[in-house]
Design a binder for this molecule. Structure first.
Ligand code: SF4
Length: 463
């Protein structure tokens, strides 16, 4: 068997993160507005009858300054005058959906998840947030087990923001931290102190937020084992409930802001993985448990409980504690998912606003999933959430799956997975040593990627 350093080199190739399947560059069958609404309605009826409810994702694109590692859809501006008009466009978009639901006599929508992401949702003033949230929830029923969550930047989040959000029912707060090292912070243009983060965390706890998440990144320019250890030590002192410890995705051809440093400033594949392993070890010593890819939680947090119960889900926001469908995306660049179709809104702010104001759903592109997509989507989701998947070769089968076992051989040989055939049942299990290569293993189940190798580099490297 090859050494792990050789394996890291061998498998460190461009690959998707699988927040969806098919992945966005392979979307090819755009739904019409009527097809998208039909998909949402089908999913809504099912979720109403099972009591699972509906999820809303709302994208707030504004940020006051650009963090140079950022991969999100943002509009950088210190001029806050656009924010109120944007809130009103979001509410108009939601009205367009509700009109469609009313036309189909679907009057009761049970909302179980509401997530505000960005950009920087706390770029909005507390008053603008209140207008937005009360407008969104005024016409829906709120499920008993609802989860309202928000991403926030500790540099611009005030006690007034958190007080308003707590009063509106928000229980989960996710703070962008990334790294505490001064040199790294200066390079990525995001300076914030441990004290700033502690203040926001303490206020959230005092106001009754049940889960505080920190986003961290490994693989940033000038990170070293020592600097990452210091960041993790600070995080352990602050003790959030959840941590997303993402690998930095270097895609300067898509995000030109990343050209403000060079590839030689970044830790290499081996070094980058060592940063993750160090962080994982320290976090586990401090009582955090590893979940899926790049996520950690305390055993008291709902993400860990759903992991134990086998209910973990993964969507465009990363890991969530259970699957809620449909997911309706509002706002510029937001992506909706009704399981049988995806739809993404206009990515350009002015185009998004123009279309909503003209009374159209502002869908830019999407994908209607084929039968094969639906089968493979389930397997990739299984691997991403529970490191194993299985199929009956006589049921829920698609011919592409016949090609997978031979492709798995290299991973079996490298000691990364176990694969078994019993009667008509096939099972693929990822071993502990294979977890670093989760994205590579999912790629074997990706029929689109296997049929059409991208001509240009679309994805960041897997390690
Ligand atoms: S990382 Fe967050 S705060 Fe920084 S530019 Fe991106 S979205 Fe804005």
């Amino acid at each position: 068997m090859t050494t792990s350093s050789e394996l890291l080199k061998k498998y460190n190739i461009p690959g998707p993160r699988y927040t969806s399947y098919p992945t966005v560059p392979y979307w090819e069958k755009n739904p019409t507005e009527a097809e998208w609404i039909a998909g949402i309605l089908g999913s809504l009826k099912k979720s109403n009858s099972t009591g699972v409810g509906t999820a809303l994702y709302v994208h707030i694109p504004f940020c006051e300054s650009l963090c140079t590692y950022c991969g999100c859809n943002t509009r950088i501006t210190r001029n806050h005058s656009h924010a109120t008009a944007y809130v009103s466009t979001l509410l108009k978009e939601w009205d367009l959906y509700r009109k469609h639901f009313n036309q189909h006599l679907l009057n009761d929508i049970f909302l179980s998840e509401l997530h505000l992401g960005g950009g920087t949702p706390t770029y909005l003033t507390p008053g603008e947030l209140e207008t937005l949230i009360t407008g969104l929830v005024s016409s829906v029923k709120i499920s008993n087990s609802f989860e309202f969550s928000i991403e926030a930047d500790p540099r611009v989040t005030t006690r007034e923001h958190l007080t308003t959000l707590a009063r509106l029912g928000f229980k989960r707060l996710s703070l962008g931290i990334q790294d505490f090292d001064p040199k790294v912070q200066e390079t990525v243009h995001r300076t914030q102190t441990e004290d700033q983060v502690r203040t926001v965390t303490d206020i959230a706890r005092e106001l009754g937020f049940e889960s505080v998440n920190y986003d961290l990144i490994y693989g940033l320019p000038f990170q070293t084992l020592k600097s990452v250890e210091q960041t993790i030590n600070a995080v352990c002192r602050l003790r959030p409930d959840r941590i997303a410890f993402y690998g930095y995705a270097h895609v300067p051809w898509i995000k030109p802001g990343q050209r403000r440093f060079t590839e030689s400033d970044l830790p290499s594949g081996d070094e980058k993985r060592a940063l993750y392993e160090l962080g994982r070890t320290r976090l586990e010593e401090a009582g955090f448990r590893e979940i899926g890819m790049d996520h950690f939680a305390l055993e008291t947090d709902s993400l860990w409980r759903s992991n134990v119960a086998g209910e973990l889900h993964r969507n465009f926001m990363g890991y969530t504690s259970h699957q809620v469908s449909p997911l309706i995306g509002l706002g510029v660049s937001s992506i909706g998912d009704c399981w049988t179709a995806f739809a993404q809104n206009e990515k350009h702010l002015e185009s998004y606003i123009r279309r909503v104001e003209a009374g159209e759903l502002p869908i830019l592109r999407g994908h209607l999933l084929s039968k094969e997509d639906l089968v493979l989507r389930r397997h990739i989701l299984n691997l991403m959430t529970r490191f194993s998947t299985e199929w009956d070769t006589t049921q829920e089968f698609t011919p592409f799956l016949e090609t997978v076992p031979s492709k798995l051989q290299a991973f079996i040989h490298d000691g990364l997975i176990e694969f078994e055939f019993t009667g008509t049942m096939a099972q693929c299990r990822i071993k502990q040593a294979g977890r670093a290569f989760l994205r590579n293993i999912c790629m074997l189940f990706d029929a689109h990627l296997n049929r059409q190798t991208p001509k240009t580099q679309l994805f960041s490297k897997t390690i």
